[in-house]
Design a protein around this ligand. Structure first.
Ligand code: TYD
Length: 224
């Protein structure tokens, strides 16, 4: 059933967060399918990345050695291009934007993980996500935070493909990153939904679904 008419409904911006190995990918795809079944246009994208320029920056930042300021600037440069080229236009068209990571990842990884100055990150966030319509700073309407014990995530990643610069970091780094996500959630509890990621894929999917149903954005659906 198509319940909305294109152009009339508001856009919806949902980000997916969590430490590496938390298992968000399956559920991003599951939600894209669920929204498409409702007749919504869906943009499935990721950060860093999502545009030709930002994907080039992604390759650099995930592979080349650099200092934390350079890392933070490249993350926000990629985000700026992604917002202007992809995210804002899609939201204007009333589409659903599902984004694998957004600014909370920069606070969690560069800020809490690397120890980079949070005040500088807040300033960059203001500049990069400031909206042309004067409506303040663009943030997701909902952030699904897949919360998993860093030791369990490390065990899951141990079998995975060759690690990038972040995945190669020790479990202590990911403990700080997880703490960063917790801080971000505390600061903005209405935007965040914590998903217990130490469950079966089916149980995690039910939690994801419940978060969307509770907001009136989805009906019930059983499989990821
Ligand atoms: P990830 O999203 O996990 O993709 P994949 O599943 O392909 O590995 O990888 C992106 C990495 O970039 C991840 O380790 C987190 C890191 N990252 C930051 O450090 N800061 C950021 O602002 C973003 C968006 C990602």
């Amino acid at each position: 059933m198509r319940i909305h008419t294109k152009g009339v409904q508001a856009g919806l911006f949902i980000s997916f967060e969590g430490i590496d190995g938390a298992g968000k990918s399956t559920h991003i795809q599951g939600l894209a399918d669920a929204f498409r079944e409702l007749g919504r246009a869906v943009v499935l994208t990721r950060e860093p990345g999502g545009t030709p320029l930002a994907e080039k920056l992604r390759t650099l930042v995930l592979n080349d050695a650099m200092d934390p300021l350079c890392e933070a600037l490249l993350m926000f440069a990629a985000r700026r291009d992604h917002l202007r080229q992809v995210i804002e236009p899609a939201l204007q068209r009333g589409e659903v934007v599902l984004c694998d990571r957004f600014t909370d990842a920069t606070f969690a990884y560069q800020g809490y993980g690397r120890g980079f100055d949070l005040a500088v990150l807040r300033q960059l966030e203001q500049w990069v996500q400031g909206r042309d319509d004067g409506e303040g700073v663009r943030q997701p309407d909902l952030t699904l935070w897949f919360d998993l014990d860093p030791a369990i995530a490390a065990a899951r990643l141990a079998d995975a493909r060759s690690p990038d610069r972040f995945e190669a970091l020790p479990v202590e780094f990911f403990s700080r990153v997880a703490g960063g996500y917790h801080q971000r959630q505390q600061a903005d509890p209405d935007r965040f939904e914590r998903i217990e990621a130490n469950q079966s894929i089916e149980a995690v999917w039910r939690s994801v679904q419940a978060a969307l149903v509770a907001r009136g954005w989805l009906g019930g659906r059983t499989n990821p």
